[in-house]
Design a protein around this ligand. Sequence first.
Ligand code: MIC
Ligand code: SF4
Length: 663
Amino acid sequence: MGLNLVQKILKEHLVEGELEPGKEIAIKIDQTLYQDATGTMAAIEFEMMGVPRVQTEKSVIYIDHKTIQMGYEDKDDHEYLRTFAAKYGCLYSKPGNGICHQVHLERFGKPGKTLLGSDSHTPTGGGIGMIAIGAGGLDVSVAMAGRPFYMTCPKVIGVKLTGKLKPWVSAKDVILHMLRLLTTKGNVGWVVEYFGPGVKTLTVPERATITNMGAELGVTFSIFPSDEITREFLKAQDREEDWIPLEADADAEYQKIIEIDLSELEPLVACPHSPDNVVPVSELEGKVVDQVCVGSCTNSSYRDLMTFARILKASGRHCPAHIDVVVAPGSKQVLRMIDQEGMLDALFEFGIRLQELACGFCIGMGQAPKNNAVSVRTNNRNFYGRSGTLTAGVYLVSPETAAACAIEGAFLDPRKLEEKYGIQYPDVKLPEKFLIDDSMILPPSDEPEKVQIYRGPNIVPPPPNDPLPHDIVGEVTIKVGDKITTDHIMPAGQRLKYRSNVPKYAEFVFESVDPTFAKRALENKNKGIHNIIVARESYGQGSSREHAALCPMYLGVKAVIAVSIERIHRANLINFGIVPMYFVNPEDYDKIDQGDKVRIEGIRKGLIEGRDTFVMHVENKGLDIMLKVDLSDRERKIVLLGGMLNVAKEFGTKSFKEIEIKE
Ligand code: MIC
Ligand code: SF4
């Protein structure tokens, strides 16, 4: 039997385990990336491992998230990362150079390689034929230290693309269609591989839009073959030598196959507050729009911005009085190139507001809309509160639909632009040569021993954790529902500046859900009462921010009990010594209330002995509830020791097999 592309690349990188779906495997990581919101803590963790230089082929640190700099904290973090990069052997992409995933795709992504990034949208690299995975910062640091990355060998969904997208329909609509089909939950343990004749109709940036939002599906990564289109892209980036051809064998098998005829797709929109709440744009026509934002790692490429700008220019109109149109280009390359084509001028002529070349509005760094606003955006997440305005609703669309809404001042199916405004579809082609300017990417120092690491007062090492106690005895400190995202658990936006100061940042855990949580949890901790979080399906969706585990750990959370937990968040919980547990009978979720006093006896002994099920006694109700864990031997050891930092501290580079745990 032939191999699919996923199997081929995994086989090349396999360090431990067998390529059998569901089994734990370890793979070699060739490249890593940090960004500045997760990178500072991850870099501190790297330093705690005592490794003098990064061991990967390429490790890059991008400054793109925390660029508002209201107060010294953000710049102090940048400076720490700049000196860290110089000393430990990373490239450093300065603020102003662009968004990590966009720049990485342009300048560093290589077909057939593995990339691990401390950002959930790292799978953008799948557009160029890489296995690119998002993970918590600590996992990335471990890979930078030369250790393999552990993951569950995935099941592969093969998506066969046929046909060609019609004018006014684009890559964003493909992934919104996928989200409509597969939703944001229930896809843990899967990856997506695109194949079929439709693949060659999509450029690399279009493929990257699709793999980028695979993160919203909750799959570990998505990947496209590397073909002549990939070669053209790399050639235009002046790195044809990085190209290799890669595709699945003709008789490759997939665990599941979905077929999408690209020519049948229509413009789609994801309505508040979930990326899978997808309807055709035509259903919302006429709904007044207050804000249009174009950018983010999903849709800020040359192709996207040129398309948007050319549509606005062709309208010959000016921005309607009641709306703001915001543009955040993905990289310096993109901005300079659209400028050379006269399109920056066209955007200004229309009346846009230019944001910095960074994540910006996507992570609530500025551009919070007005109360109850309808905000139409090209980014990938429309979670509750993420825009910075709790009452606003964010609608996710393609650049084509964003342009139609900007011109109309209300939702409009972009296919009507032709008839209503006489605008022809701008079929933007990629240039034969991109403008290449790597002057804002700093190389590491040749004399690392001379580099002094800069540490501002906001940089506080992660607090230590105790090993897992014999029994968990405490309280259900919070009970939440379905699809709780890491934005609910650990807000970004205005709170981002505290990413390198856990005790401070922990004050905001669950801020938008229950602002009393952090205080209550800390009081419990100080009285020796363990905190427990209870949730329903798909807990921990979204961002890779390990702070969503690290800060609860600091507040004394010992277990998260849910019906299901998303992949990256589950790994982060384990890395910080919090036990991810599941209801054996999901309906037991309804029997538990916030404030219940609970006891999970013998959890430590049970985990050492390899037990999978545990009884939780609800003391105030006289009730027993069955819980289970799905931890590998390695993961049990991490949890028992109180997290990965304790593992590194106590056992250095010893392999997990050599580690013995005492009761
Ligand atoms: C996001 O899109 O939520 C972020 C901000 O890029 C995060 C990382 C973070 O929280 O710093 C992500 O996607 O992992
Ligand atoms: Fe940045 Fe938004 Fe992409 Fe996250 S999703 S990396 S915040 S642009």
